[in-house]
Design a protein around this ligand. Structure first.
Ligand code: HEM
Ligand SMILES: [Ca+2]
Ligand SMILES: [Ca+2]
Length: 299
């Protein structure tokens, strides 16, 4: 079982060390905070919060980094490396990479102006990863319908409310043209001037380099953690098709409206859901290991 004081004897400085690295990474590039938050999500949804997403491919090992939802998309691994090397110097072999992701996600939200919470710790690191699980749709695609989003979160023990609150993470960060092209050229439930603005930097035809052009998920405040994500949805300015699904005449409209008007409720539901997400299938006790390097299993 995870606990908030897991490292208080064995590595009391872990919080200040992680926070200072995250802080300096975000001050150089605010997007790093978004990227760290997303790493924790993509870790937890694939075989639990076990650091599996961090393992590099080798000639004899396929990790999760080339899976559809991750390939060319997840980032901030150098920030995780820097945190890990500082923490290893202070407390060798004590703090897991899976816990580092949970703390870094929490710190990112806080530094970008969002809510604070006590993060539960004690996860251990996997000795494996699963490319097939990462590709299986457990991480929902940006073309998802509302019922698919609800079901994918439900499969991880998360409620519809948790799903809507966690989607508020799209108040920060960026997405590539390739994941929002169909939305801005084909969808009807989109503000037309917003669609035009986005079309300017995302060419209609597929192919590089256009596919990799990026745009903010939250057009208003892309580097601030706030409730503008929901305000945008009400104006039909969600960037991803899946985003706009949350406010499209269905069962989650009322919650989106609520969060758009009430930051406090959004924050408390977001925190509650982040803690639940961080509790997905952790390795504890003597399962797994404490990796020395987050990119590879110990020898
Ligand atoms: C509800 C289902 C979700 C879908 C369909 C989804 C999909 C996506 C997609 C397609 C991108 C852009 C990737 C790219 O173009 O490279 C993205 C970015 C992002 N997602 Fe999600 N996501 C979901 C839920 C979440 C959750 C639960 C979190 C965290 C709690 C999260 C955090 C983020 C962040 C912060 C970014 C920006 C990352 C960056 O700028 O590096 N997402 N998401
Ligand atoms: Ca994992
Ligand atoms: Ca924002």
């Amino acid at each position: 079982k995870l606990s908030t004081n897991f490292y208080s004897k064995r590595c009391p400085k872990v919080f200040s060390t992680v926070q200072s690295v995250v802080h300096s990474a975000i001050s150089k590039q605010p997007r790093q905070g978004a990227s760290l938050l997303r790493l924790h999500f993509h870790d937890c949804f694939v075989n639990g919060c076990d650091g599996s997403v961090l393992l590099d491919d080798t000639p004899t090992f396929r990790g999760e980094k080339t899976a559809g939802p991750n390939n060319g998309s997840i980032r901030a691994f150098e920030v995780v490396d820097e945190i890990k090397s500082k923490v290893e110097k202070e407390c060798p072999g004590v703090v897991s990479c899976a816990d580092i992701l949970a703390i870094a996600a929490r710190d990112s939200v806080k530094i970008l102006g969002g809510p604070k919470w006590d993060v539960k710790l004690g996860r251990r690191d996997s000795k494996t990863a699963s490319l097939s699980a990462a590709n299986s749709g457990v991480i929902p695609p940006p073309t998802s319908t509302l019922s698919n989003l609800i079901n994918r979160f439900k499969a991880k023990g998360l409620s519809t409310k948790d799903m809507v609150a966690l989607s508020g993470a799209h108040t920060i960060g960026q997405a590539r043209c390739t994941v929002f092209r169909d939305r801005i050229y084909k969808d009807k439930n989109i503000d037309s001037s917003f669609a035009k603005t986005r079309q300017n930097k995302c060419p209609k035809t597929t192919g590089l380099p256009g596919d990799n052009k990026i745009a903010p998920l939250d057009l208003q405040t892309p580097t601030a953690f706030d409730n503008y994500y929901y305000k945008n949805l009400i104006k039909q300015k969600g960037l991803l098709r899946s985003d706009q699904q949350l406010f499209n005449g269905g069962s989650t409209d009322s919650l989106v409206k609520k969060y758009s008007q009430d930051t406090k409720t959004f924050y408390s539901d977001f925190v509650n859901a982040m803690i639940k997400m961080g509790d997905i299938q952790p390795l504890t006790g003597s399962s797994g290991e404490i990796r020395k390097n987050c990119r590879k299993v110990n020898k």
